[in-house]
Write a protein that binds this ligand. Sequence first.
Ligand SMILES: NC(=O)c1ccc[n+]([C@@H]2O[C@H](COP(=O)([O-])OP(=O)(O)OC[C@H]3O[C@@H](n4cnc5c(N)ncnc54)[C@H](OP(=O)(O)O)[C@@H]3O)[C@@H](O)[C@H]2O)c1
Length: 295
Amino acid sequence: MRITLTGATGFLGRQLTEALRGEGHELRILSRRIPGEPGFYAWDPPAGPPPPESLEGAGAVIHLAGEPVAQRWTKAARERIRRSRVDGTRNLVETLSRLAVRPEVLVSASAMGYYGSRGDEVLTEDSPAGRGFLPEVCREWEAAADAAAELGIRVVKLRLGVVLGKGGGALAKMLPAFRAGAGGPLAGGKQWMSWIHVEDAVRLMAWSAGQSSVRGALNAVSPNPIQNKDFTKALGGVLRRPAVFPVPQAALQLLFGEMAEILTGSQRAEPRVALAAGFRFRHEDVVESLRSLLY
Ligand SMILES: NC(=O)c1ccc[n+]([C@@H]2O[C@H](COP(=O)([O-])OP(=O)(O)OC[C@H]3O[C@@H](n4cnc5c(N)ncnc54)[C@H](OP(=O)(O)O)[C@@H]3O)[C@@H](O)[C@H]2O)c1
């Protein structure tokens, strides 16, 4: 199948690209950076609609592009985070609306941030959005993707949890402190982390693109969310390092400002839609997942 990707140069996109090429798909890549290779098209998501030739003949579009969220949320950063996703997705759908033949499916990234911080509540795809900056961005981002459904395109919104993978994402940020034996629970450690192994995240993207019965929101998380204190123990154990230095909420607030909520917020989500539609996770256990990534 011909598939158009955005965010293909990122942490998830690079692994998705490799997997899809391995399955023999023909890829077109929309990027702000053009390496001079065939198959790449220039597009800056918030600046305007992508060129139609990048999307013509595509059976599926997988849309991952967005300004990184893990940075201090200054006024300018908030604007980049919001515009890259909301205006970017609107611009993508604008070009899709102009195509004579439209793709069958748009798989668009979203995030657990949609739910905000919810303590011990079990979250399914039907749970309402939370309140605050990230839930609002996610809600607008998803609404922009939903506009493609009005064009007759099947829309899948992947609410991704913390993706555990090599060479990027949350794990790469945590490893230096944990390897130095300076890891520890954050802000009391009771908050739930909904995580997914990168291999399953990539499989879920390709799988949802191919499942005609799957549409709407889909929690892209393993069936076993874990509290931060237990994740800390698991990572320390796999690395054979002590992980007993608690980091209080006030220190996180001082270091990261409001963005600290991505470390202290609690999302205990279930992948209900994926399981009901028959998706089988390869990595359900966090210790096994960490071992597979670190050794
Ligand atoms: N990784 C996770 O744990 C996780 C968790 C929840 C949700 N997600 C979401 O899943 C998507 C992919 O995640 P990722 O970790 O692979 O992200 P990433 O490594 O940060 O890559 C995202 C891609 O977005 C493009 N991009 C970056 N800044 C941009 C900007 N200001 N305007 C427009 N495009 C920009 C870049 O592509 P070009 O440079 O080629 O244009 C980049 O390669 C993101 O939308 C992210 O929010 C990820």
